[in-house]
Design a protein around this ligand. Structure first.
Ligand SMILES: [Zn+2]
Length: 248
């Protein structure tokens, strides 16, 4: 349609024209809302956030492992200290023993304690080695934190800008929609809303014999009926096939 506001007297705007305008606005708004949901910036933010979440999980896991290793080391040291104290008492006792069998039993017990301390030392040493390894990995891991947080922040801002731009366009369309709807009768709008709710697109054009909503041809008799209907309804009829409002 050409801009009829230039020549309102020659080409009066029909109900059909106004309905097509409301439909155009709604379709454009639908497309914008769709684009808003599918913004590449949204995917980028999701990817950056997922990377950060993964990073945090790995950091927490390393910290938790370090806590476990510290506990293992402390336990090994405390157990070894207890065994050492026991061994000192046995060594003192050994000096006072005269019976060889009793001395032998004490020495056997001390040897067992030595083995236990050796085992604890091994446990502690392994834990210390792993602690140093995890510590190095944690340091390297922490050095990547700011880059990941920056990426989330950049993606977040980009999404905000992109959605703000679309929201501005949607606000504009919303204002246009209010004006366009205000120029149509309540009954016409109610029917429009009903058809739009069920069919998505409420208004179709008759192109030749074909409804461009359902893409079905109307018979010659149907076209006659539709034209009669439109003549008394300011250019609006019903598609006998899909029930959309036909603009003629
Ligand atoms: Zn149709």
């Amino acid at each position: 349609m050409t801009d009829s506001s230039d020549a309102p007297d020659q080409t009066p705007i029909t109900t059909a024209d106004r309905l097509l305008e409301v439909q155009r606005i709604d379709t454009e708004a639908d497309q914008l809302a769709n684009r808003r949901e599918r913004l590449v910036e949204r995917d980028q933010l999701h990817a950056a956030s997922t990377s950060l979440t993964t990073w945090e999980r790995e950091r927490n896991s390393m910290r938790s492992r370090l806590d476990d290793l510290t506990a293992v080391i402390e336990r090994a040291e405390s157990d070894a200290a207890g065994i050492d104290a026991h061994r000192v008492r046995l060594a003192a006792q050994l000096k006072t023993v005269i019976a060889p069998r009793e001395a032998e039993a004490l020495m056997h017990e001390m040897a067992t304690l030595d083995e236990q301390v050796d085992a604890l030392d091994t446990v502690e040493l392994e834990a210390l080695e792993e602690q140093s390894d995890v510590d190095d990995r944690l340091t390297a891991h922490l050095s990547t934190e700011s880059a990941l947080r920056d990426a989330v922040s950049v993606a977040d801002s980009a999404l905000e800008r992109a959605t703000a731009e679309i929201d501005r366009e949607l606000d504009e369309l919303s204002a246009q929609r209010s004006v366009a709807r205000g120029e149509l009768a309540d009954g016409v709008m109610a029917r429009y809303d009903r058809v739009r709710a069920s069919s998505g697109v409420a208004v179709a054009k008759l192109v030749g014999h074909r409804c461009d909503g359902c893409h079905l041809d109307l018979s010659a008799a149907e076209v006659d009926v539709v034209k009669e209907e439109a003549a008394v309804s300011d250019g609006v009829a019903d598609c006998p096939n899909c029930g959309r409002m036909l603009a003629l």
